[in-house]
Design a protein around this ligand. Sequence first.
Ligand code: COA
Length: 260
Amino acid sequence: MAYHNIISELKEQLLYVTINREQKLNALNKETLAELAEVISYADEEDEVRGVLLTGAGEKAFVAGADISEFSDYTGAQGEELARIGQARVFDAISQCSKPVVAAINGFALGGGLELAMACHIRIAADHAKMGLPEVSLGLIPGYGGTQRLTQLVGKGRAIELIATADMISAAQAEKIGLVNHVVAASELIAKAEEILNKIKLRAPLAVTAAIKSVNAALNFEVNGFEMEIKEFGKCFNTLDFKEGTTAFLEKRKPTFSGK
Ligand code: COA
């Protein structure tokens, strides 16, 4: 499918998705969100895709937020609808994607931009990146899962401080509080994300999917995560990858996984 606001390229089983509205600091307008929903659903379903690298075009911004110009005259009902649909189709879809999704934060990640990065499974930041949830300065709160995912990642006290002050923090501060996994020089950002995704690519694909699903369950109050882990653990025994992984270990060779 042809996209207008994102670039999507499949290279060596990794899907590179770049949000491409550099003039607007890659702000998430409706079209961009729809294209992101489409590309994530493709990544989830397509066997050829073994991981997703999500970044923003240019050096200034990953994503500077939801596109403020689109919702400035919304009513409460429209606002609720915006958040509900966006969360389901994009942010939750990324977080529940069966393939690992890595955010390469190449600059400002603000509001919906930080929420997008937080929906990803792993975050790497360039050392000049700045992050924050400044919605209260607009008379709003985060609506794409930010209050929940920030709290899960950094704890309640830090989450309330960041959200209520609308402060922007540096990449180094973000790493210190566990908001990002690694901070690297901008020139090494994509390589670091690729290094992690390529390592995951060597592992058994169905087991990686089961791991993502089980870890997600730890943060979902509606399911028993321990029970989910037991079920997913059991299912792994029925896969060819399990046979290959254990046989390769016993034969003292590297496994070749088929994802079956
Ligand atoms: N929505 C819509 N447009 C946005 C945007 C957003 N969230 N963030 C940036 N832009 C646009 C600006 O309007 C500007 O467009 P223009 O050139 O047509 O006027 C362009 O992107 C460049 O931004 P600008 O503000 O001129 O860059 P800057 O270097 O002076 O400031 C930021 C950078 C990130 C500090 C500033 O753009 C900003 O505060 N953005 C909004 C952040 C925010 O509140 N996000 C949460 C939204 S819920």
